[in-house]
Ligand binder design. Structure first.
Ligand code: GLC
Ligand code: CA
Length: 534
């Protein structure tokens, strides 16, 4: 495989100095559900490559690919057996190289998913650790412990798995190993130098291949508190994101990101690290983004905020205030492969989902778009149990997850499933109503959600005030309405269902819904305005 670090990456327009990623719109591709090239019902890398022109035309700056590595798929690829190999289901390393090259040719950046907290129980190290038994060196690369109780029949501590049940599984020789997620996902011991070395090498492998950065899975989980102390309570899921836990958001993780940043900086072309970090506060998230650590972190606080003007304004202010001291851009996200699609979360109304999207895309910083949200896809809520694959579904206490409904393959064209997803079927059934939501059905259709996203991204690229900077200037607005100014641009979002009187602050540039009569903001609608004077 030849390197192509300096491939002719066009400079995207509208990017402010100081890094393409600061105001980038990053599109999340979930490989198994994006496009299937060979008809096995599973999306793949060649499918992605063939659809890159669609993403270029949509107007995004970068693409984040969820995992495509060799994996038994116990957690849809977040259980990696070989970090340097592609799962045959998705293609080959040659296909990955082709995706990166083609993306760069089109002026798109590629961010790959890195899963450093845990691997698959089919990873060579773990298999060897199991074979060689207690006390052998490979066991030290994971968290193996004897159990508690007279015969070691109880787990070593009281930690619960995020997917439900104990975070420990006992192996045949009597020892237990730690897995914060599924039993098929053993946690690495990040105190071990071999683990640290291995991941530095994996970073280089993908950087050498030309990737523009990494989305770092469970970035807050790598370091565990010394001695793996009990939490002393159950229902630990309720604590996630509310406090520092002995397995989440330990200060020691920052050492790791400082060492990774050095590697990223050795490469040309602004390679970035994006943290998936669930922390108790925006201030603690900002710690991951200090100048010698990572570049961005997902804004789960924003994702978790309802369609409510006061709550949104507070979340926006908190996020901007927290990132300013470390000089990192804020990010915004409404949907991803782990949560109920925002259209459904906000009550099912397409108009509201569109309004939420325009609000997000008007904010300063970087925005994440999850595949299919540009089509206005709702969550699929009626999947039969027998087709579901999400490991959290099968766990008694893990029902929280139920993540298959946002992972249904997206519709491209035609009137029947799989709607152009591929020449075969689709690994999850698609609803009948999706014919009219397909890319083909929405392309060129005035007022379609796809055309709204395209237009919003076009304006965002051409309008210097959008995406740039680290502040918004709030304007006085009636209850339930958000209004802010950024340079010669104003965004108004009416989060109520009723029309509200509001004097036009300029000339409308784009509206998420029907254009209102002058002086009225329709309910559940966001409007972008160009201020012409003063
Ligand atoms: C992250 C991923 C999620 C996965 C988990 C374990 O939260 O986004 O899909 O199940 O990590 O890797
Ligand atoms: Ca396929």
């Amino acid at each position: 495989m030849t390197q192509h670090l300096t491939d002719s990456l066009q400079t995207p327009t509208g990017t402010q100095p100081g890094g393409w990623w600061r105001d980038a719109v990053i599109y999340q591709v979930y490989p198994r559900s994006f496009a299937d090239s060979n008809g096995d019902g599973m999306g793949d890398l060649e499918g992605i490559r063939s659809r890159l022109p669609y993403l270029k035309e949509l107007g995004v700056d970068a693409v984040w690919l969820s995992p495509f590595y060799a994996s038994p798929q116990a957690d849809a690829g977040y259980d990696v057996a070989d970090y340097r190999a592609i799962d045959p289901m998705f293609g080959t390393l040659h296909d990955a190289d082709a995706v990166i090259r083609e993306a760069h040719r089109l002026g798109l950046r590629i961010i790959v998913d890195l899963v450093p907290n845990h691997c698959s129980d089919q990873h060579e190290w773990f298999k060897q650790a199991l074979r060689e038994g207690p006390g052998t060196p490979l066991r030290e690369r994971f968290h193996f412990r004897p159990g508690r109780g007279a015969d070691g029949e109880l787990p070593p501590n009281d930690w619960e798995s995020i997917f439900g049940g104990p975070a420990w599984t006992r192996v045949a020789d009597g020892e237990w190993y730690l897995h914060l997620f599924a039993p098929e996902q053993p946690d690495f011991n990040w105190e071990h130098p071999a683990v640290q070395d291995e991941f530095r090498s994996i970073l280089r492998f993908w950087l050498d291949l030309g990737t523009d950065g990494f989305r770092i899975d469970v970035a807050h989980g790598l370091v565990k508190a010394p001695g793996l102390p009990d939490l002393g309570r159950d229902e630990q899921l309720k604590l996630l994101g509310n406090q520092v836990l002995p397995f989440f958001d330990q200060d020691g993780v920052h050492e790791i990101y400082r060492s990774w940043r050095k590697i990223l900086d050795e490469y040309d072309g602004d390679r970035i690290g994006v943290a998936e970090a669930w922390t108790p506060s925006a201030d603690r998230t900002a710690l991951y983004l200090r100048p010698d650590e990572l570049h961005q972190a997902f804004n789960f606080h924003y994702l978790g905020t309802g369609w409510d003007a006061a709550a949104l304004r507070a979340a926006i202010d908190d996020s901007l205030d927290a990132m300013r001291p470390v000089g990192a851009p804020t990010t915004w996200v409404l949907s991803n492969h782990d949560v109920v699609r925002h259209r459904t979360r906000f009550g099912g109304d397409l108009g509201r989902a569109r309004a939420a999207a325009l609000l997000m895309l008007a904010l300063p910083g970087s925005a994440y778009v999850y595949q299919g949200e540009e089509l206005g896809l709702p969550e699929v809520v009626d999947l039969p149990d027998e087709v579901r694959q999400d490991p959290s579904f099968f766990k008694e206490n893990g029902q929280d997850g139920l993540r298959d409904g946002c992972r249904v393959p997206i519709p491209w064209s035609g009137t029947e499933a799989p709607y152009g997803f591929g020449p075969g079927g689709s690994w999850l059934p698609q609803p009948e109503a999706w014919a009219e939501l397909s890319v083909e059905a929405q392309t060129g259709r005035e007022g379609s959600t796809l055309e709204l996203y395209r237009e919003a991204l076009r304006i965002r690229r051409e309008h210097p005030a959008l995406g740039a900077g680290d502040a918004v200037e709030w304007l006085a607005a009636p209850e339930g309405v958000l209004a802010f100014r950024r340079g010669d641009f104003v965004c108004t979002a009416n989060t109520t269902t009723e029309p509200v009187a509001f004097a036009a602050p300029g000339v409308p540039l784009l509206a998420s819904g029907e254009q209102a009569e002058p002086g009225v903001l329709p309910g559940d609608t966001t409007v972008w305005w160009q201020v012409t004077s003063g």
